[in-house]
Design a protein around this ligand. Structure first.
Ligand code: GBH
Length: 480
């Protein structure tokens, strides 16, 4: 593949990786002492997941882990971002399950042996169902249970894992899980969704403080962020809708963590849904504890209109039949018109320059911004397998290389970005869309579960090799 990105030089120590999540790949839903997470439970609700699919087997990573690590090594990954399953580590939220922790301990050993840096996320959406039955994230107590679970994982892996991420995309596990109901637990209760936002923040803060005390040195959180672009920047109705979208998608997550306060306008807009009431004295001090990194997941921008009849864009709903509500609490009038750009199989518009814009904006607007890592970026396309078994996924390859180029431009413009993780290593369980949407740079045959590196995987491996050559050439000699 000829792409200008192969030629550029990257900052020293820049990390190239790929990401997955426990619920999306592991399977072994009832093995090794694991009990149900909210996603196992949700998958049994008729119409919740496309084609009635479930996570019971997923892509069988639980049994194929050593082989999957060999694949990562073949690709030349510097780092692998994965999540631990709370329902495997503390099934039913009872005592710690040794067998569950042992699985992750073996994974970490395999990674280190292969020279791959483990990048661990504690929560990628799979709350133990037993805790949902006590109110889930709408219940403040869940935050304290999370800190206990974080401590358990740290006790088992803290000697070998250096990079700890508390949450992946709290937007989804609060507003989609408790607001729109497109994600587990499938609740459609605006006040519960807003409480979930705050309680996940609190859980993050409690865990950061607990792991910090135990000596953790690289702590962060991953947010999914999107540029909010008013359709007509002269139209006050569009401008206000874009402001409210930016509040719910970006700022209610960024500001408590990076500034120690919710934005004034968010507090005002979300007052009727109880945001001010769930914030107790001392919470924001905990939540804004300093971090070593911010993980950014970015897939697409959002063009925003305040005129409901402007709706035209898909890509803003789940894949299943079950009726969804709006995740835009108090702002159900927000509409997503189309810009006419090419779209991925998710219906998301492709605009690589959006990633540069987002990274530069973060640096401009948040003076205390820690170093950034792109912890997810990638695309679903409908792959076809050639007669020779290869997958010539030209569109995904271009998507990845163009977005990596955009990261490079952001760095040139001053953004402190230190790594890029492509979503995803493997085709996997795409939440309410089931197995119908493939994001992998490695194909999984859902009949045989066999893995095949796609052209995008080969291109990514080539990019990593080229980047490593350029950095080592540039690297100053280390003092003796
Ligand atoms: C990530 O989230 C996840 O971390 C990962 O597990 C997943 O597999 C991957 O991306 C691909 O989807 O209008 O309310 O429906 C995806 C981030 C957030 C992007 C929700 C689309 C639509 C919001 N997504 N967003 S809504």
């Amino acid at each position: 593949m000829q792409h200008p990105t192969y030629q550029r030089q990257w900052p020293e120590g820049f990390i190239w990786g790929s990401a997955t999540a426990a619920a999306q790949i592991e399977g072994a839903g009832r093995e090794g002492g694991k009990e149900d997470s909210i996603w196992d439970h949700f998958a049994r609700i008729p119409g919740a997941i496309a084609n009635g699919e479930n996570l019971d087997q997923a892509v069988d990573h639980y049994h194929r882990m050593p082989q999957d690590v060999r694949l990562m090594k073949e690709l030349g990954l510097d780092s692998y971002r994965f999540s631990t399953s709370w329902a495997r580590v503390r099934p039913g939220d009872r005592a710690v399950n040794r067998e569950g922790l042992d699985f992750y301990s073996r994974l970490v050993d395999e990674l280190l042996e292969a020279g791959i840096l483990p990048w661990l996320t504690l929560y990628h959406w799979d709350l133990p169902q037993a805790l949902e039955e006590k109110g889930g994230w709408a219940n403040r107590d869940t935050a304290y249970r999370f800190a206990e679970y974080a401590n358990d994982v740290y006790s088992a892996l803290g000697d070998r894992v250096q990079h700890w991420t508390t949450f992946n995309e709290p937007f989804c596990s609060s507003l989609l899980g408790y607001g729109s109901g497109v994600h587990a637990p499938g609740r459609q209760e605006p006040a519960a969704a807003i409480a979930a936002v705050h309680h996940q923040h609190l859980a993050h803060g409690l865990a950061v403080n607990a792991l910090r005390e135990r000596g953790a040195q690289h702590l962060g959180i991953t947010l999914n962020l999107s540029n909010s672009i008013p359709r007509n920047s002269q139209d006050p109705v569009d401008l206000d809708a874009a402001r409210r979208f930016d509040s719910l998608q970006n700022r209610i997550f960024l500001d408590p963590i990076l500034r120690g306060a919710y934005p004034e306008d968010s507090l005002r807009d979300l007052g009727p849904f109880g945001l001010p009431d769930v914030i107790l004295p001392g919470d924001l001090e905990l939540i804004s504890a300093p971090l070593e990194f911010l993980g950014v997941n970015h897939y697409h921008d959002d063009l925003i209109s305040g005129h409901a009849d402007d709706a035209g864009s898909d890509g803003h709903s789940g894949g299943a039949e079950r009726a969804s509500a709006s995740p835009w609490i108090g702002s159900e009038d927000i509409a997503f018109p189309s810009r006419g750009l090419p779209r991925t199989a998710m219906g998301w518009e492709v605009n690589p320059d959006g990633l540069r814009k987002l990274l530069v904006r973060l640096g401009e607007e948040y003076p205390s911004l820690p170093p950034l890592y792109i912890t997810e970026n990638g695309a679903a396309y409908e792959d076809t397998v050639s007669p020779d078994g290869a997958v010539h996924d030209v569109e995904r390859t271009r998507f990845i290389l163009d977005h990596v180029a955009s990261v490079g431009e952001a760095i040139d413009q001053g953004a402190d970005v230190r790594g890029y993780f492509v979503w995803s290593l493997l085709d996997n369980f795409e939440w309410s869309w089931g197995y119908g949407k493939r994001f992998g740079i490695v194909r999984v045959d859902y009949g045989t579960l066999e893995r095949t590196v796609k052209d995008s995987g080969k291109a990514y491996a080539g990019l990593i090799a080229a980047a490593q050559r350029s950095t080592s050439r540039l690297a100053p000699a280390l003092p003796a």
